[in-house]
Design a protein around this ligand. Structure first.
Ligand code: AMP
Length: 213
């Protein structure tokens, strides 16, 4: 299964990606997670990505594309992969298409998680992320058992710089201008499946599996 998950920030891509990757036995490749790991590790790539990410802008394609291409050379991608947060513009979608041609492989599906803007703002403003494992929770809708502590691993929960209100507005604008056009790109290729990202997590997962059958 070679799959792309697309949807605005806060649609729950990360949560569904973890579920779908486990379900299909494929690696979950999140370019955002790779950047955050590099920021934590204080690598050159992390230093470069941080200013773009903190402002809610896209990291330049020249950097992101090569990072993704390198990740697809790892042997764990042999049975397939799930891309979460990549591609994020038409240039990246075209770059990916070329990489797949080089590898003589094709995509199976692009799953769009659709969600209204009001719901996104509600979700992102309360989202907290674990510094250690990256899992998300929410201060109202998905409270951790102990305030500020990750249920998954006991790590510290924090608010991502780019989940702050002033940055969220820019991320939504970037999504509308740069990322949304890839939906038409994949629809034209006959690969697009759309499901609603509103409702219970388990219900959305079940709808995703049904759409991908
Ligand atoms: P995410 O965790 O997917 O919400 O990504 C967080 C941030 O990482 C984005 O707002 C961008 O700054 C950066 N980023 C992640 N994926 C990409 C990508 N494919 N292209 C450019 N920037 C990206």
């Amino acid at each position: 299964m070679r799959l792309i998950l697309v949807g605005p920030p806060g649609a729950g891509k990360g949560t569904q990606a973890v579920f779908l990757a486990a379900h299909y036995g494929i690696p979950h490749i999140s370019t955002g997670d790779i950047f955050r790991a590099n920021i934590k590790g204080e690598t050159e790539l992390g230093k470069l990505a941080k200013s773009y990410m903190d402002a809610g802008n896209l990291v330049p394609d020249s950097v992101t594309n090569e990072m993704l291409k390198d990740r697809l050379t790892h042997s764990d991608t042999a049975p397939g992969f799930l891309l979460d947060g990549y591609p994020r513009n038409v240039g990246q979608a075209e770059f990916l298409a070329d990489v797949l041609v080089e590898k003589s492989i094709t995509l199976d599906a692009v799953l769009e998680l659709a969600i209204p803007n009001e719901e996104i703002i509600k979700r992102l403003s309360g989202r907290r992320t674990c510094r250690n494992c990256g899992a998300s929770s929410h201060v109202i809708f998905d409270k951790p058992k102990v305030d500020g502590v990750c249920d998954n691993c006991g790590g510290e929960l924090y608010q991502r710089e780019d989940d702050k209100e002033e940055v969220v507005a820019n991320r939504l604008a970037v999504y509308a201008e740069q990322t949304e056009p890839i939906i038409a790109f994949y629809r034209d290729l006959g690969l697009l499946k759309v499901i609603s990202a509103v409702g219970e997590v388990s219900e959305i997962s079940a709808n995703a599996i049904a759409a991908l059958k």
